[in-house]
Design a protein around this ligand. Structure first.
Ligand SMILES: Cc1cc2nc3c(=O)[nH]c(=O)nc-3n(C[C@H](O)[C@H](O)[C@H](O)COP(=O)(O)O)c2cc1C
Length: 162
């Protein structure tokens, strides 16, 4: 079973999860950062793990473009998603990111929570994120609601999938 992890991480959370896979995986897994390249030989892989953060209710255009790659329909795809406020909506957000999402219905999706350094954001975004912090009862200076158990379960799945 040949595996690839394809991800994009604007603020580092998804990258940290990918690093946990790198540390634990005994076998060889290929890693693709969509920010560096979108030229991914999908046909070479049996199993793909797609990871990203949610921004303003959607995913980055690089991930949307990759998800619209018709070849994914014939693959085993598992999603892992970071967000501060999308526990209920992440499946719908991902499904709305592709033209035809029928192939995604049976794809496992791991929602892993999120983290964000407010200091790095501009005034308007800070305002929006502070509203999320209030709603989710988070400390606005250290916004973080990562689900460590879900991250651990997901990393184990990647390492153990046969
Ligand atoms: C500008 C901005 C917009 C965001 N919008 C959302 C959102 O709409 N829904 C959500 O659940 N999280 C939102 N977040 C939180 C991110 O999804 C969270 O920080 C995540 O951990 C980012 O993952 P990444 O660093 O791998 O890109 C937002 C964060 C930023 C900075």
């Amino acid at each position: 079973m040949k595996k690839a992890v394809v991800y994009i991480s604007k603020n580092g959370t998804t990258r940290d999860t990918v690093d946990q896979i790198r540390k634990r995986a005994a076998e060889s897994i290929d890693y693709y950062d969509l920010e560096k390249s979108q030229d991914i030989p999908v046909s070479q892989y049996d199993q793909l793990y797609l990871g990203c953060g949610i921004y303003a209710g959607t995913v980055s255009k690089e991930m949307r473009k990759f998800m619209n790659n018709g070849e994914l329909k014939n693959k085993e795809v598992t999603f892992f998603v970071h967000g501060l406020d999308s526990a209920e909506s992440h499946r719908m957000i991902l499904e709305h990111s592709v033209r035809d999402h029928s192939w995604m219905e049976n794809c496992p999706m791991y929602y892993l929570g999120g983290a964000c350094d407010l200091k790095k954001q501009n005034f308007l975004i800070r305002k929006m994120l502070k509203a999320i912090a209030k709603k989710k009862n988070l400390d606005a200076d250290h916004m973080e609601n990562l689900d460590q158990q879900a991250i651990c379960d997901f990393v184990s799945r990647v390492c153990e999938d046969r």
